[in-house]
Design a protein around this ligand. Structure first.
Ligand code: AMP
Ligand code: ZN
Length: 134
């Protein structure tokens, strides 16, 4: 499955270049072109699935198991304090996992701008809404 307009499909087919770190039959990992920290990696299935929730379980398992292994390599290679795994997907609609080397002193402590619940009641109501969908 491929999308001719998708930039990550073009990386998979080598139509555009990327700094590839790992590749097998099912997935590919390359340097993010605009890294949060140097070494920031993306891990993507070769097949085009826009969202994590649309990606077949077997493929998803392969992506996350490879991400687990790459996290260890990345920590060692960058001498970072820890590696963050995150799924964003606001830019490129081809499911991908970000692996970001982090340092205690990298100034990214507030990686996400955090909100607050106005009350315990409000927090409980949000939790209940989610539980109802499970
Ligand atoms: P998002 O879809 O929000 O998870 O973000 C997509 C990520 O892909 C961003 O961090 C971009 O810097 C990265 N990106 C976009 N185009 C390329 C490219 N051609 N090569 C490497 N990384 C890319
Ligand atoms: Zn794609």
């Amino acid at each position: 499955m491929t999308d001719p307009n998708c930039i990550f499909c073009k990386i998979v087919s080598k139509a555009i270049p990327a700094e590839i770190i790992y590749e097998d039959n099912d997935l590919i990992s390359f340097l993010d072109i605009n890294p949060v920290n140097h070494g920031h990696l993306l891990v993507i299935p070769k097949d085009h699935h826009p969202l994590l929730t649309e990606t077949p379980d077997e493929l998803l398992t392969k992506v996350f198991l490879r991400a687990k292994s790459l996290m260890k390599s990345l920590k060692e290679a960058t001498d970072s304090d820890f590696v963050v795994l995150t799924v964003v997907g606001t830019d490129v609609p081809h499911f991908h996992v970000h692996l970001i080397p982090r340092f205690y002193e990298d100034g990214l402590a507030g990686f996400w701008p955090a909100k607050k619940y106005e009350s315990e009641k409000q927090m409980k109501s949000v939790a209940e809404k989610i539980r109802k969908t499970i």
